[in-house]
Structure formats: C-alpha cells, structure tokens
Design a protein around this ligand. Structure first.
Ligand SMILES: Cc1cc2nc3c(=O)[nH]c(=O)nc-3n(C[C@H](O)[C@H](O)[C@H](O)COP(=O)(O)O)c2cc1C
Length: 188
C-alpha cells in the first residue's frame, strides 16, 4: 500500500476528455488510501513544442512554460501514473512527447532530473478497443523506461473499450482497478 507521504501525479494523455483510460484511472484512484495527495493533469492542456534532439548541440536551456510546469509537477510526485489510450499499439502523441522531454530535462543543467526521478514509482493505466496482448509491447516499453530512470515499476492496469464509457462494462478491469495501487509489482 502506498505510504501516506505519497503524492500521485496522474498524467492523462488521451486526445479526448473523460475517455476510457481516464475513467479507468479514476476507478483505481478511488481505492488509494484516504488523504493520498493527488494531482491530475491533462497533457493536452499543457502542449509542448515539438521535441528537438539538442544533445549534441551544446546544453539544453532550462525548461520554460509548459515544459517547466510539467517537469516540476513530475519532480514533486512520488508516484507517476501515465494514463493512456493505446494508439497503434503504442503511446498517443501527448504521452510520447512528454516522455521525449525527459531526455531534455535530464540534460538541463539547473536540476539533476535523472537523480531525482530515481526511486519514484512509475505506473500505467491503458485502455484499448482490442486485446490485452496487443498492449504488451507498450507495457514492455514503459517498464524499460522505468528501469532506465532507476524508477520502481508499479504495474500496468489494462481495460477494454472503444467509445467513452465502454470501460464501465469491463468488469475484470474494474475489479483489477480496486487492487491496482495496493499491489505494486516491485515493493518499495
Ligand atoms: C489514432 C488511434 C489509434 C488507435 N489504435 C488502437 C490500437 O492500436 N489498438 C486498439 O486496440 N485500439 C486502438 N484505438 C482505440 C482506442 O485505444 C480506444 O478507443 C480507447 O478506449 C481510447 O481511450 P480513451 O477513451 O481514453 O481515449 C485507437 C484509437 C485511435 C483514435
């Protein structure tokens, strides 16, 4: 069970609001211990300029605007929950763009981003209209990202739905949502 000092950041990365992934994350969050600090952000409300690889062109400037806001929110969290629809067997653009920015944040000189990410827990909540097996490559990808950042891997909650609200008919996903945050795959 998460410690009382936990701060959960839910990053909603669908390109629509109140979709299946968001509803599944809400179902899981209802079972967090009472009083667990939570922040919910829709990535489409914090658009980032197209990511450009500047690794070999000198230092990245300190992040500004939405990039700065998202980096600070990320660093303040103990637990990061990436909430995503499956798009073409992988992440939707807002989530991918956010993760690509980690590469810049790791190299900006004002904050030791990678060091501060170490030890946080990374969770994923994913909805798709297909089979769970189709989301396995995405689970593997996110686990590797966690490993690279020396984060703990919390787990991957999957639910099925196409139209917004379909997720409410996925009894297995809703059952798994009840336990999701209390059964981290790797104990802190
Ligand atoms: C661009 C796009 C790509 C999609 N790709 C897949 C896919 O590869 N596999 C799948 O099962 N569903 C796919 N879907 C369906 C969504 O994953 C599904 O509707 C999901 O419930 C959307 O989640 P949301 O309501 O949180 O946005 C895709 C939908 C869109 C719009």
């Amino acid at each position: 069970m998460p410690e009382s000092a936990s701060k959960f950041l839910f990053l909603l990365s669908s390109t629509r609001r109140q979709g299946n992934s968001e509803q599944l994350a809400q179902a899981a969050a209802q079972h967090l211990p009472a009083g667990t600090e939570q922040q919910w952000l829709q990535l489409i409300d914090y658009p980032l300029p197209d990511f450009v690889d500047l690794r070999h062109d000198g230092a990245y400037p300190p992040p500004e605007g939405n990039s700065h806001f998202l980096r600070e929110a990320t660093l303040q969290a103990t637990d990061l929950v990436l909430v995503a629809p499956l798009y073409w067997y992988t992440l939707p653009v807002p989530a991918k763009q956010y993760l690509d920015y980690w590469s810049a944040w790791m190299r900006a000189t004002d904050v030791a981003f990678r060091e501060q990410m170490q030890g946080k827990t990374f969770w994923a909540v994913v909805a798709s209209s297909g089979d769970r097996a189709d989301a396995q490559p995405l689970e593997d990808t996110l686990k590797l990202c966690a490993q690279y950042m020396r984060m703990h891997w919390g787990g991957f909650l999957f639910g099925n739905g196409s139209r917004p609200g379909d997720i409410q008919q996925d009894a297995l996903a809703l059952e798994q949502a009840r336990q999701f945050f209390s059964e981290a795959e790797i104990v802190k």
